[in-house]
Design a protein around this ligand. Sequence first.
Ligand code: PLP
Length: 401
Amino acid sequence: MTHHLDAIDPLAGFPSRFIQSDQVLAYLDGNSLGRPLTATLDRLAGFVAHDWGSRLIRSWDEQWMQLPLTLGDRIGHVALGAAAGQSVVADSTTVLLYKLIRAAVDARPGRTEIVIDTDNFPTDRFILEGIAAERGLTLRWIETDPALGATPELVADAVGADTALVVLSHVAYKSGYIADVERITSITHEAGALILWDLCHSAGVVPTELDAWNVDIAVGCSYKYLNGGPGAPAFAYVASRLQPELRQPIQGWMGAADVFAMADGFRPADGMRRFLSGTPPVLGMVPLHDMVDQIEEAGLEAIRAKSLALTAFVIEFSDAHLAEFGVTVGSPRDADHRGSHVTLQHPAFREVTQLLWLRDVIPDFRFPDGLRIGLSPLSTTFAEVELGLNLVRDILTELAG
Ligand SMILES: *Cc1c(COP(=O)(O)O)cnc(C)c1O
């Protein structure tokens, strides 16, 4: 397959580094589960044979005890704009959200509200409901335009002297809207509150400057654009200035000051280690190294440029060939506010998605009528996107006829 946009793509050498399969004609869901790199086959085999098989328990001392912090720092450096000592890999996004939201609201005693938007991802909303009940806090919901997300104006209206914490997504999981992290963070700070950014749909694909933007706390997945594999552990960022005041609620031995002192009482470790709880999921962190290497080699600016070219291509195709069937674009057309997926809308898209999957074209469906086209720039070619969208048009033609 060739396409003129692939021919001029400066990152054209990357897609062939991912495992290819004759069961995949077009993979349009890299924002849900990134594809594995071929290099990961060798890395996993080497891990089993050497790190685990030969070094055995010695690997804990030699590297694994530090791995949540060293890998966290690498993700921080390559993808988050975070200086060393502020990132860690652990748990799942859901569990890290719980630990850090609890820590954050406890660090703002006397303030009674947590602000979140109605369109945020279910796990973020559910965790907040639970913590609000546990701590006697109130949730203040920002009603967002589903085609957009949380704007600085909406946040300014919602925060005040009662706000303990604001929880928002950098890129909205439905529309792909990119929030203005720097301005919203500053508005939140002016109200005396803390902010937690969910980076699940931006890490590895949208340039992010957590230090420069003065962010307090961030959490994100590593199996979406960081291609860590199903169930790969999540990452968290806590600004250095905040680390000493935050106490997370799952205080296990791995977050204690001296792990092997087997002390009588819990004293949190200094730095990011205090956000760990139990034994780190070392095996789940192995594949992550390969994608972080690719992102570093390609550079986030080049990745962002290709991401914008891919999303623009989808929008142009939809306007030219799908609009006549009643398909609309549910993502921002403005490049500055567009993440790396495009949601197309049509009442038949649930059925269309099932037919696409049967023919090895794999986007995902988001209730009630969204076909979400996820574009992971390093593994996705323009040719496969065009092939996939042509099939969407063919199926809509069949259904209409
Ligand atoms: C994917 C995603 C999650 C997933 O959380 P898990 O604990 O990994 O299941 C959470 N929040 C957002 C915004 C997401 O996009």
